[in-house]
Design a binder for this molecule. Structure first.
Ligand SMILES: [Zn+2]
Length: 402
């Protein structure tokens, strides 16, 4: 099959409609609606994110979706990012809808006096942001106007920069491996227009590069591609058919702590400036979902599948037994549906296949008499086994996180 046909078969907009995951509406261009099944995938991704970040020593925060104009002037977004932002007025005061989460995290950092002993501070935020994109460029979940960044802002001492970068790279590896992605790394250095001193830039670029070299990472340098406030490392995922997608990013920032006058009290009892690290792993939940849908061709692994098992009674005589089986599965924590419509079993199986449900349990006379099920997997392989045996088989399939 040609790459183009392969890509079309995997198109996330098409599969998103077929699997009832999300929809795009004229009523809100570029702002996707998540349907019940899409919310399950989304929530599982967020649950995994929260759990891994908790283990990695992050604290979760949530900051307002709109904040006053003065804050955005102070952060520099007002001057540098104006045409991508949305605005509104409340009681004659001008507000901006946040295009980035950083200033909110800074305000929480600044909410009290900080000591060097508290650092590093790692704030994670699944933050809903809005950015204006031209309507012609909008596409499904890949190019949108509203999305949730899996953001984090780390406030660190200078001598912690390398070890914190290493930890971030470890965490990124945990995530991408989980989904079976290979990835490419790019280091972007000082652009022509930059803020801060040359010394700071040299130090920051050196830090990033040293970490990559120590890890023996394969990476490419993009000279002049960093953001105006600091150099960065970008991560490009390679999906099942070899396409690459930019997702994660790690950026060193000396400017924002300066602009907001962030401080900590050092061992010397004097005030010092922390260094800020901005980083995202999924990039955004929406974009990552689009990539996953195409990567898996809608065949989500068990832990992400919106419906994990579909119970299919052959006729109405088997509905009661099918209900009992469903009850047991629900009890065990499976996401299960029953198809008890008066339809031929072949039709029900086909529909479950179109819905890309990982497992079906067909139940008829023999099954209900012997207290068993015909467990059918995605490959069409069928086994006549007990309910408890089928449960342990399904639980063993790719780490179900339960
Ligand atoms: Zn940020």
């Amino acid at each position: 099959m040609s790459v183009q046909n392969e890509a079309e078969k995997r198109n996330h907009r098409k599969l998103g409609a077929q699997l009832e995951l999300f929809m795009s509406m004229e009523e809100a261009p570029g702002m996707p609606f998540f349907m019940p099944k899409g919310m399950i995938v989304r929530n599982e991704l967020e649950k995994f994110w929260k759990e891994e970040h908790r283990k990695a020593g992050y604290e979760e925060i949530k900051t307002p979706i709109m904040m006053k104009q003065e804050l955005w002037e102070q952060s520099g977004h007002w001057q540098h990012y104006h045409e991508n932002m949305y605005f509104t007025d409340v009681e004659d005061q001008s507000y901006a809808i946040k295009p980035m989460n950083c200033p909110g995290a800074v305000l929480i950092y600044k909410s009290k006096r900080r000591s060097y002993r508290e650092l590093p501070i790692r704030y994670g935020e699944l933050g809903l942001v809005h950015r204006h994109e031209l309507s012609g460029s909008l596409s499904g979940l890949l190019r949108v106007r509203s999305f949730t960044q899996d953001d984090a802002h780390l406030f660190v001492l200078e001598e912690q920069v390398q070890s914190e970068l290493n930890k971030v790279l470890d965490l990124i590896d945990v995530f991408y491996s989980k989904f079976g992605f290979q990835y490419k790394i790019e280091l972007s250095t000082r652009p022509e227009k930059y803020m801060g001193s040359m010394d700071m830039w040299n130090k920051a670029e050196e830090d990033l590069e040293k970490v990559l070299q120590q890890r023996n990472a394969d990476y490419q340098v993009n000279h002049g591609d960093g953001s105006f406030y600091g150099p960065k490392i970008d991560f490009h995922l390679v999906d099942a058919i070899g396409r690459s997608w930019q997702c994660g990013t790690v950026q060193l920032d000396f400017q924002m702590p300066e602009k907001f006058n962030c401080e900590y009290i050092g061992e010397d009892n004097k005030a010092h400036r922390p260094i800020m690290i901005h980083r995202a792993i999924y990039g955004s939940i929406e974009r990552f979902m689009a990539i996953l849908i195409e990567h898996y061709e809608g065949n989500f692994p068990m832990w992400l599948a919106p419906v994990q098992v579909k119970v299919l009674p052959i006729s109405q005589n088997h509905s009661e037994y099918a209900d009992r089986v469903k009850g047991i599965l629900l009890e065990k924590g499976f996401r299960v549906e029953i198809d008890d419509r008066i339809e031929k079993i072949g039709f029900k199986i086909r529909e479950a296949q179109i819905g890309k449900v990982p497992y079906m349990m067909v139940v008829g006379n023999k099954e209900s008499e012997e207290g068993k099920v015909s467990l059918r997997n995605r490959e069409g392989k069928s086994q006549f086994i007990s309910v408890s045996e089928s449960i342990s088989q399904m639980m063993n399939e790719d780490e179900m996180l339960r």
